[in-house]
Design a protein around this ligand. Structure first.
Ligand code: FE2
Length: 386
């Protein structure tokens, strides 16, 4: 089990001060998936995850080669994009990687400056700054490549008050399943190739001004069969957290290796979404057909009081409820957290979601890694990919 570090040991406040301020980030603006059938994917995220219809662009709005559906739940915006012909880079991306995250769009005050500062520090350009406008105002977009074919866009929207972005129209739907309590993106994890973790850690430090505030090596993250290494990168205000994973050598194929094989390269492994009532959220998700990894054995739940120590006093949840729903628990000096992981949400064993409720803890559930990976290994064994 990984050691639980105190806040002083993280040195968070100091670390965040050390972070460069050449790239102030206000938050995650949206996450764009390139998918095989955006109409059906939108239906899935509405029905299963409770996202609400927000905006749409496609043939009806003058686009010729692609269509995008925009969904929203509290602070989270998802964009689902599909190619309308075989020439499209969207289709090529899906053919190679399957459905997956193409764009992690970051909300900035100044898109031109964000682009200039990151390009100056070695970023590879994806989109030169471009102004787009409609009757609701003006947006500036620019973008750089990160790991694999994944992209960070810098979205400046201080002079815009439309639903989403110019080019999109409001999406009024008569089908509106209720929300499930998903609030905001807590962190997004990237899987990178063998030996590439430190390259990307350095890239986030040098190019984006991020800091590495937590690290886990393969001695901490391993089971009998598989291992991985992970470093958590954060921007200066702590709103954007990107853990970076790489596989490590072990007896059998790790989940990271399985991801890299099926995604055919580096990419986003999971999106962690915060809720403030994980029991209600997970009950709703399960009733709507979202599949989660199975629960660890009884001993895991029997040991919770010991693992949480003094935090048991502030714990509101009933351990039996957590066990019934297969929710995991971890603690650090500052508090505890509750988390659960979905199975992959597409046929390739690649992208999945995490649902997380933080009750003071700032970690990533290191105490759960072993239980979690054993659960993933049961799935890998079923797929014959362990
Ligand atoms: Fe996570």
């Amino acid at each position: 089990m990984a050691k639980n570090l105190t806040n002083t040991e993280y040195g968070l406040e100091k670390i965040f001060k050390d972070a460069q301020d050449f790239l102030p980030l206000l938050g995650t603006d949206y996450i764009e998936f390139y998918v095989g059938n955006a109409k059906q994917a939108a239906h899935f995220y509405k029905t299963a995850f409770g996202f609400q219809s927000l905006a749409y662009a496609g043939l009806e709005t003058g686009w010729k080669d692609r269509v995008s559906y925009v969904l929203k739940q509290d602070k989270i915006k998802l964009v689902l994009t599909t190619a309308l012909n075989s020439e499209s880079e969207v289709g090529n991306h899906v053919q190679k990687h399957g459905d997956g995250v193409k764009i992690i769009a970051l909300w900035v005050e100044d898109s031109q400056k964000s682009y200039d500062e990151t390009i100056k520090r070695g970023a590879k350009s994806y989109l030169k700054p471009v102004k787009e406008s409609d009757e609701h105002g003006e947006v500036v977009k620019s973008g750089i490549y990160t790991y694999g074919e994944t992209v960070h866009l810098f979205i400046e929207r201080k002079n815009y008050n439309g639903e989403f972005l110019p080019g999109f129209r409001k999406w009024d739907s008569s089908y509106n399943p209720s929300e499930v309590g998903l609030k905001y993106v807590d962190h997004m994890v990237g899987n990178v190739g063998w030996g590439e973790m430190n390259t990307w850690v350095k890239w986030y430090e040098d190019v984006m001004g991020f800091v590495n505030f937590l690290s886990f090596d393969d001695k901490q993250i391993h089971t009998e069969y598989s291992a991985l290494m992970s470093k958590v990168m954060s921007n200066g205000n702590g709103r954007i957290k990107f853990p970076i994973n790489e596989p490590a050598k072990a007896k059998k194929r790790s989940q990271i290796e399985e991801y890299l094989d099926f995604y055919e390269g580096s990419g986003v492994q999971h999106i962690a979404i915060a809720t403030d009532n994980i029991i209600e959220t997970v009950k709703k998700l399960k009733s709507r057909g979202v599949e989660f990894l199975s629960a660890p054995p009884n001993e895991y739940y029997n040991e919770i009081p010991e693992r949480l120590g003094s935090h048991m006093k502030i714990m509101k949840e009933n351990i039996q409820d957590l066990q019934d729903l297969a929710i995991l628990v971890d603690a650090d000096e500052e508090g505890y957290l509750l988390q659960i992981f979905t199975k992959p949400v597409e046929d390739r064993p690649t992208l999945f979601f995490e649902i997380i409720q933080r009750m003071g803890a700032r970690g990533f559930g290191a105490g759960n890694f072993k239980a979690l990976f054993e659960s993933i290994e049961r799935e890998q064994a079923n797929r014959g990919t362990l």
